[in-house]
Design a protein. Sequence first.
Lengths: 288, 350
Amino acid sequence: MISVQACLDGILLGILFALIAYGMALQWGVMNIINIAQGDLVILGGYIAYFMYLYGIHPAWGVIVAPVIMYFVGIVIYKLVINKVVDRDLFISILATFGISILFMQLMNFAFGADVVLANSDYGTTMLFNNNVVLPNSKIFSAFISILFAICLVIYMKKSKLGRAIRATAQNARAAKILGVDTEKVYAATFGINAALCGVAGALISITFTIHPYMGLPYTIRSFMIVIVAGLGNLPGVAMSGMGLGVFEEFADYILGTEFRIGSVFLLLVLILVYRRFKLSRKREYLK
Amino acid sequence: MKKNNLILYSGILIFGLAAPFLFPAFKVQLSILCVLIVLATTWNIQGGEMGYNSFGNILFYGLGMYLCASVQVGMFFPLAEWTESGGEKTFVHTPAQFFQGMAVGLIVAAVVPTIVAGLIGYSILGLRGHYFAICTLGLGVAAGEISGGIEIIGAGQGFTTPPFPEVGSLDSRGEFFYFLSFFVLVLTFITVKGIYTTRFKLILNAIRDNEDKAEAMGIETMKYKIIGWMISAFFCGLAGGIMGGLVGYIDSTDVAFDGREMGVFMVLMAILGGKGTLWGPIIGATVFHIFKEGFWTFFLGWQYVALGVLIVVIVIYFPEGIMGWLREKYPERFGEVVDEKDRKAQVELK
């Protein structure tokens, strides 16, 4: 029964990871930037929901408020930093976003304190299989909302004018520019959408789990891992590998103990990269 | 030219030897500066010369720190009891034991990370660009998280390194650690300078500029990449061992595998000074350390905010570093021949 519990927990958790990873895949594909501050944007979104909870508003409304605020945060970050590193060496962008990540981490530590907090949603729990498996309703709610947002975003990217412009820029930025797409605006919008997705995920995480100013980096690593396993622009792959990662984490937590949970995530990243490297080197290729 | 260099080096050497007596209040700071220079210079071997930007050299640094302290304790006392009792309360090192332990500990702290680098090098160095950067970042954090869960080296509550024994009445702890770190610094400088005059450096540069082409020219790139990384690991381990004794307390994520501080510092220092130059990391580390110690007190509590801003500003506006800027300004000093006609034409174009 414990394994059923871990599987279900992991799948519901994995859907959230997939949402964050989708944002990362979006900006990676369009702007060719790996954003180390991704996880810190998630945590910031979580704090928005937490503050609504503190002021007596139900934290579930954070799912609507957080992305709106985070969209503008994303635009500001883009205007200040990212647009200067877009066409530069990838390492420069990694280091610059690493700086942003440290900055955010510390600012959040000052503003919200170093305590582990959660926004209580009072959704109760669901019992399954003769009360052997306990599922908090908030987890089901968060998985449902993530799927909803992901579907909305996919439809938006397919149908709207901005979505088409984003996809065109991802395919070939130069050609898109020639055909009259304002790539600068597209980049800003992409980064904003990514931040908004992080905001949604953060609000959901603050309802379901806990948030802490220093917990950002594991979320970045998880989303990076999901993207490299699934590949850019492969949505079902992102969803599947997100759930797989969630299940892996729950089992690692259960078997090795909670203190090795984060460590096992980072080790898994190293193992996946090394595995892919050996697989590709047989064809004398390498990860690009 | 040769004579000038000799005067310069002997001047620096004499200054380095006299520094703890000239500035007795800054002995610890000077030792930390030496360690920082070692870290920046060795990061530069594979980060600057080879083009493999690693966030993971902190792995060797932390490994060296834990190994040196564990060997120093474990040679004479049971390690588990030491960490359980919080260190110095139950067991006391005699001076002879302390120095013996330190010597063996430093050797182990240098050799084991080198072997580890060699073992994981073949798998990790096959990755390129940002995959390598993220993978090494993951390695560093994973090492920190895992060592924070191991009981025998103190787990979450930390590990106290043996305190410096008092020989008679004089307290020479500062001098001891300063000269130790200065010795390692000199050793590093001689090694790196030696390397940079050989064919090895040219091979590293070829790997940085175009690895596929280098391989097509018949260079066994993987072999040289691993050797380059092993050299870095050797000195990182040594530096970590010294730093452990200097700080006196090891914590898994805040002191040893401190990717957020030391791991970024070494990258930042090398970039600030100028990647891929001999003197760049040294100048960068010195400037950075002076800035850090001088201004950190003004930003009390806001150090990390300042650090974050500093990283972004350096990376965006100053990616060539101090040496790169000097090189642009005075190309003749760097042995570059400037065609007068060409320069005039460029000025006219502007």
